[in-house]
Design a protein around this ligand. Structure first.
Ligand code: IPM
Ligand code: MG
Length: 365
């Protein structure tokens, strides 16, 4: 692993950093401090995305940013979106920039781990016994489904009434490739995979279930189960520890990963990796841009720092740096430092910038 890393560094890896909107810049700044510790400052190129891209280039994914991302080995993204852009035409809105970069880079596999850090057990909305040692990996398909399906839009129907249309769609190859990622991930963990669908109502997911079962024949060691999404939403809060790896489509994964994040205390702790077929990836916290607290030094940078850790693990094959960063985060929590979202009585409330510094201090020792 380490050898491969050295080789990659020699070849001058390129990391695109896209801070985005809202709290994006302040959380990204903390992750960049970590990159500096590893001497990777000069490997960073910055780009504009979301509202920032719109302001400068009238495009939430400016061409220069897309080109930069395409030429880089990995992308680190903060967050996009602000209420002030809600009135813009849909194609100009910050979220479109995010969806387009995911699609343009073919980042079809979104890994969202929900891990309970023991120090945060009291920040969870569930009783400790239900969430202690919780470690779930949600694998969300990221470039298909109702997010991208055509036809879509707002039009007028035969009765001359306005009508909104989106289309849930999955092709067989799209399901096969995400199922393979899920089974391979399950093989490296507890060998349990739960596929979430709504096959009792939606044909798209009826096909999903059929194909997942078919792909599963290549992985006889993995115990495959299926759950309807409504039941999965309930089971996640009823008995979350029954899950290990969950695989699901884009829209269900969006919803279930937000739900799972609260089990672990705060969405401010949930990192994510979005990978293509060659493990090139974009790394971003699962939370949004939180414009209400932007610039106030209140945001939790840990999901972003943990996303950077995932970059080392998945794109650069460097488990060592992944562990170093994760341990530094754990030590910081263990030493009682908390941002507002994970604060509880008896702990030490600090801001975003200081949280970054505390992690760095522990990374350097
Ligand atoms: C996420 C976000 C995005 C999504 C939004 C900002 C477009 O909620 O990454 O989960 O829906 O995928
Ligand atoms: Mg979401």
């Amino acid at each position: 692993m380490v050898k491969r890393w050295i080789k990659v560094v020699k070849n001058k890896i390129k990391i695109a950093v896209l801070p985005g909107d809202g709290i994006g810049p302040e959380i990204i700044k903390q992750a960049v401090k970590v990159l500096k510790v590893f001497g990777l400052e000069s490997n960073i190129n910055y780009g504009l995305i979301g509202g920032k891209g719109y302001e400068e280039f009238q495009d939430p994914l400016p061409k220069t940013t897309l080109d930069l991302a395409l030429q880089s080995d990995a992308v680190l993204l903060g967050a996009v979106g602000d209420w002030k852009y809600d009135k813009l035409p849909r194609d100009m809105r910050p979220e479109r920039g995010l969806l387009r970069i995911r699609q343009s880079l073919n980042l079809f596999a979104n890994l969202r781990p929900a891990i309970m850090f023991s120090e945060l057990i009291h920040a969870s909305s569930l009783k400790a016994e239900f969430v202690s040692d919780l470690d779930i990996m949600i694998i969300r398909e990221l470039t298909g489904d109702i997010y991208f399906g055509e036809p879509r839009g707002i039009g007028v129907n035969n009765q001359n009434e306005r009508e909104g249309i989106n289309t849930m769609r999955y092709s067989e190859p799209e399901i096969i490739r995400i199922a393979n990622v899920a089974f391979k991930t399950a093989l490296k963990r507890s060998k349990k995979l739960c596929s979430v669908d709504k096959a009792n109502v939606l044909e798209t997911t009826e096909l999903w279930r059929e194909i997942v079962i078919q792909v599963g024949k290549d992985y006889p060691e993995v115990e495959l189960s299926h759950m309807y999404v409504d039941n999965a939403a309930m089971q996640l809060v009823k008995e979350p520890k029954q899950f290990d790896v969950i695989v699901t489509g884009n829209i269900f994964g969006d919803i279930l990963s937000d739900e799972a994040s609260m089990l672990t205390g705060s969405i401010g702790m949930l990192p994510s990796a979005s990978l293509d077929a060659n493990n090139k990836g974009m790394y971003e916290p699962s939370h949004g841009s939180a414009p209400d607290i932007a610039g106030l030094d209140k945001a939790n940078p840990l999901a972003t720092i943990l996303s950077l850790a995932m970059m080392f693990k998945y794109t650069f094959n460097d488990e060592e740096k992944f562990n170093l960063i994760e341990n530094a985060v754990k030590k910081t929590l263990n030493d009682g430092f908390r941002t507002e979202d994970i604060f509880s009585k008896g702990t030490n409330l600090i801001g975003c910038e200081e949280m970054g510094d505390k992690v760095i201090e522990r990374l350097m020792v």
